[in-house]
Design a protein around this ligand. Structure first.
Ligand code: OXD
Ligand code: MN
Length: 590
């Protein structure tokens, strides 16, 4: 008798009409075959879907160029479909599931004609973890199939795990004809189902990532008492060999990958990487929060990545371990057949073509690599991957950092007074937009917990869920707000960031250990500058002080914006947050 997986795959094939159905086993040999099939069968642009890069200097690496209109997440085309509109909240685009399915059925009829449909069985989370989830995605794009092999734990063992049962998340993906007019990313959280047509871009097409591990999973977490978050997970080992684990939420393209694997400017600390984008947080038997990374790879922003900013990522990309490493929409040096992007090295002396393959030099004034060009590479290539990365129970979390990209107002670091105040801090967070999503860059928008594009249900209820999780934890982690991006009057960054962020992490650990005091401000507890280890940094003390300046007069617009953002959520905003808001507003006036 056919299993539930087989039945569903047959149903999808009957609708989409692929030439062949190919069940993937997740092996390396198969990944090679899929890439060859992609090159011979698919046309995305005038270029091959993949081209081999210099295998001596970039082992196992390939270049992929996307359709030129398909380069970032498209939030305006992303929908969360519940029968009840209020459930999706003002933070999501909504359609009734019936209407959404009718629309998607129309677009999908025959959309895989003449193509291969790949069936991808994969786990989100370490295979033996009680928190991991079994999933099946189908796709008609070799690039998506191979990317999913890197980003998830894929293999026939997942089919065995599902067996004849129905307990798996379904993802139906097709690029259709790439038309932005027929591009939709539809989520059906009540059915653990994602249906995405028209885009091959990571955040829209690798359905285990944002679509399942954040939007659908956040709704599962709400119902079953856990959290799915847009967070880094990292270990910090001190000189005595004690490792403490933290998570950090930051919006897309705001340095999560750099933080996750930073090379510490303080030699007495070293970092161990568990994840750079998504954390699933569960309450452990000892009342602490435990984190697992559902992913198995990095889908990182290339521009700005270099030996100076993130040496461990450069080493990860060069490691000759897992097959393959993909570069998407980066520039190419034709002389050496190596990938290149802004911030990687000096372009002089290179024979560069831009991300679309056109000859390029700096005098053109354009970007050679697309600002949201990416690499996709295995987590297991990382030289500082934590030995806890596959721990089925995850790692216990001592601190949660909540970040944003703010040129003004927000201090380098501030400790929340308590858990509800930490939730308030997350709920009022704003950040300047980046190229990771289609739309204008550099515009300030509210991005609570860096989850605005990813919270799969009413965000007011999500805030309440955060408050409740704190109540359920006997030993909740402390919550800190961080901001590496504050600028001076000339618009220059004040804080050096990157490896020097270890100085902030040290202060956080010192606070947890009760080794240092703090100064109370209306926003939370900030460091006495004497307690920050600043040796080797050429920043005058008053400049460091300016990173913590809270100037009440500057806060009126910010407070008004927070209120305006919360207003449409009405009764869904928890009282604790309204109270914390009033308290902060009063303190800023005093
Ligand atoms: C990502 C994103 O790709 O946040 O991780 O957009
Ligand atoms: Mn992300």
């Amino acid at each position: 008798m056919a299993t539930a997986v087989e039945k569903w795959v047959d149903e999808v094939a009957a609708l989409t009409r692929p030439k062949t159905v190919y069940w993937c086993d997740g092996s390396e040999g198969e990944a090679r075959r899929i890439m060859e099939m992609g090159m011979s069968e698919e046309k995305i642009t005038v270029h091959d879907v993949f081209s081999e890069l210099n295998q001596a200097t970039c082992p196992k690496a390939y270049l992929h160029r996307s359709h030129p209109t398909d380069v970032a997440r498209t939030e305006q085309l992303t929908f969360v479909c519940y029968p009840d509109r209020e459930r999706s909240g003002p933070n999501n685009n909504w359609k009734h599931p019936k209407d959404a399915k009718a629309l998607m059925t129309g677009i999908s009829r025959g959309c895989m004609k003449g193509k291969t449909m790949y069936v991808l069985p994969y786990m989100m989370g370490p295979v033996d973890s009680p928190y991991a989830k079994a999933c099946i995605q189908v796709t008609d794009v070799s690039y998506v199939a191979v990317s999913m092999r890197i980003m998830t734990r894929m293999g026939t063992h997942v089919l065995k795990k599902i067996g004849s049962g129905e307990n798996f998340t379904r993802g139906l993906h097709s690029v259709g004809d790439f038309s932005p007019d027929r591009r939709f990313i539809m989520h059906f959280p009540d059915e653990d189902f994602v249906w995405s047509v028209g885009s091959g871009y990571g955040g829209n097409a690798l359905l285990g990532k944002k679509c399942f591990s954040l939007r659908i999973a956040s709704w599962q977490g709400y119902r079953y008492g856990w959290l799915a978050e847009h967070m880094v997970i990292m270990g910090i080992e001190d000189i005595k060999g004690n490792v403490r684990y933290i998570t950090a939420a930051m919006p897309s393209a705001c340095g999560k990958t750099n933080l996750a694997m930073l090379e510490s400017a303080l030699p007495e600390y070293r970092i161990w990487t568990i994840g750079d984008d998504i954390a699933w947080l569960n309450i452990g038997p000892d009342g602490r929060l435990y984190a697992i990374n559902p992913e198995a790879g990095f889908f990182g922003v290339a521009p700005g990545t270099s030996m100076k900013t993130n040496p461990n990522m450069v080493r990860t990309l060069k490691a000759a371990k897992f097959y393959p490493t993909l570069y998407t929409n980066v520039a190419l040096d034709r002389k050496t057949n190596e990938p290149w992007w802004e911030g990687f090295s000096d372009p002089d002396g290179k024979d560069l073509v831009d991300w679309q393959g056109n000859p390029w030099n700096p005098s053109l004034g354009t970007k050679a690599a697309h600002p949201n060009s990416r690499f996709t590479v295995s987590l297991y290539n990382c030289p500082i991957v934590s030995r806890e990365v596959d721990n089925p129970l995850g790692v216990p979390i001592s601190a949660i950092l909540l970040g944003g990209r703010r040129s003004r107002l927000i201090p380098l670091v501030a400790e929340s007074f308590d858990w509800p105040h930490g939730v308030f801090t997350g709920a009022r967070t704003g950040s300047e937009t980046t190229a990771a999503a289609a739309g204008k860059v550099g515009v300030l928008r509210r991005d609570p917990f860096s989850m605005l594009p990813f919270c799969g249900y009413n965000m007011g209820d999500y805030f309440r869920h955060w408050i409740n999780i704190g109540r359920l934890c006997a030993r909740p982690p402390r919550i800190y707000s961080v901001n590496w991006f504050r600028t001076d009057e000339q618009g220059k960054f004040i804080w050096p960031g990157f490896g020097d962020n270890a100085r902030v992490l040290r202060w956080v650990l010192d606070r947890i250990d009760g080794k240092v005091g703090a100064r109370e401000t209306p926003l939370g507890l900030v460091p006495h500058v004497k307690d920050l280890v600043l040796d080797g940094l050429a920043i005058p003390e008053d400049r460091v002080e300016s990173l913590f300046a809270v100037k009440p007069g500057e806060w009126d617009a910010e407070l008004a914006e927070v209120k305006a953002f919360w207003n449409p959520f009405g009764r869904h905003i928890p009282n604790e947050l309204n109270q914390a808001y009033e308290k902060m507003a009063r303190a800023l006036k005093a």
